[in-house]
Write a protein that binds this ligand. Structure first.
Ligand code: MN
Length: 136
């Protein structure tokens, strides 16, 4: 067993190539084989979001604070509130981020593929896609 102290791992900023707006990432876990688990606390400033992307084994998002958005390709965005869990199927294009006027943070959990592959990134989410009316 081990305890990794918060101060041992500085907060990173999300790369402009894969995020719109200002996003902060705190690593929680990068599993060592045979684990393929990865967990990251992600904090989005208002209006910030990921680019379109997919995960080989899907992803689970646990909403910790604020108000967010989760959108699967071909569907309207859904609001995420504290305590909500968003579940994204394998190899499904989607984006997630903050609401336009609120901070948002989620714990993102996913596994790499059997071949070690990780997230596949696509285009940035346009303002029109981002501001589309949310479904409940
Ligand atoms: Mn995702």
């Amino acid at each position: 067993m081990a305890v990794v102290r918060a101060g041992a791992r500085p907060t990173k900023q999300g790369a402009a190539a894969t995020f719109t707006g200002v996003v902060f990432q705190d690593e929680v876990l990068v599993g060592k084989a045979p684990s393929r688990m990865r967990a990251t606390m992600v904090s989005f400033t208002p209006g910030a979001r990921t680019a379109w992307h997919s995960h080989p084994v899907g992803q689970t998002l646990y909403c910790v604070s604020g108000v967010g958005r989760l959108c699967l390709k071909g569907e309207p965005p859904r609001a995420l509130n504290p305590g909500d869990t968003g579940m994204i199927p394998p190899n499904t294009m989607h984006w997630h981020g903050a609401a336009p006027d609120r901070l948002f943070s989620h714990l993102a959990m996913s596994e790499s593929g059997e071949d070690g592959g990780g997230t596949s990134w696509g285009e940035h989410v346009s303002d029109a896609e981002y501001t589309a009316k949310t479904a409940d």
